[in-house]
Design a binder for this molecule. Structure first.
Ligand code: AP5
Ligand code: MG
Length: 216
């Protein structure tokens, strides 16, 4: 399975990609997670990228594309992948199309997760993330069994640093300007399917699963 999840911040890309990856046994590739991990490890890329994502700006295409190209060529991607948060600019989409052509592979579907602005703000201000394993929760929509504690590993739950209101608003502005044009790019390929991502996590998972089954 080769899938791209497109959508604004808070659309639910990470929530769906994690579930689909576990269900289908394919890697969930989140460029946002890769940048956050690299920052924690204090690598050069991690430190450079933090200057951008910390402000809600996009990391430059050359940094992002070389990181993804390396990831795409690693062994576990031979069974497929789910991209979450990549591509995010037309230049990134063109790089991905060219890299896949070189590898002789095609994407099965591109899911555009459409979501309202109110839902985005409610989801991102209430999101909590496990600082140990990265699992996602929400104070109202998906609360952990014990407040502030991860259900999976017992780690502490924290807010993502870019989930402050002003940074969220900047991420939304950047999304409209730089990422929204990808909808037309992928619609022209005939691979794009729109879903209503204001629905529940389970409803969206069912819908994406049905789309994939119809295409397999
Ligand atoms: P990234 O980590 O990709 O962040 P994002 O795109 O802003 O998206 P989010 O992770 O905030 O939202 P999501 O759609 O994954 O929603 P989630 O499932 O978590 O990128 C971060 C930064 O890194 C970027 O700003 C940029 O700087 C940089 N970056 C990353 N990729 C890049 C690239 N390709 N190029 C350049 N720079 C890049 O859900 C959110 C919350 O809502 C959770 O609490 C969840 O529990 C809840 N929720 C989810 N779905 C539902 C539902 N259906 N119903 C109810 N609650 C739900
Ligand atoms: Mg995410």
């Amino acid at each position: 399975m080769r899938l791209i999840l497109l959508g604004a911040p808070g659309a639910g890309k990470g929530s769906q990609a994690a579930r689909l990856g576990r269900k289908h046994g394919v890697p969930h590739i989140s460029t946002g997670d890769m940048f956050r991990d690299a920052f924690e490890k204090k690598t050069d890329i991690g430190i450079r990228a933090h200057g951008y994502w910390g402000q809600g700006e996009l990391v430059p295409d050359d940094v992002t594309c070389s990181m993804v190209e390396e990831r795409l060529e690693s062994g576990d991607c031979s069974s497929g992948f789910i991209f979450d948060g990549f591509p995010r600019t037309i230049a990134q989409a063109e790089m991905l199309t060219a890299a896949m052509e070189r590898l002789g592979i095609e994407v099965d579907a591109v899911i555009q997760m459409n979501v309202s602005r109110e839902t985005i703000l409610q989801r991102l201000t209430g999101r909590r993330v496990c600082e140990r394993c990265g699992a996602n929760f929400h104070v109202k929509n998906l609360p952990p069994a014990k407040p502030g504690v991860c259900d999976y590993c017992g780690g502490g739950l924290v807010r993502r640093p870019d989930d402050e209101r002003d940074t969220i608003l900047n991420r939304l502005r950047v999304y409209e300007e730089r990422t929204a044009p990808l909808v037309d790019y992928y619609r022209r390929t005939g691979k794009l399917v729109d879903i209503d991502a204001d629905k529940s996590v389970d409803e969206n998972l069912e819908e994406i699963t049905a789309i994939l089954e119809a295409r397999s």
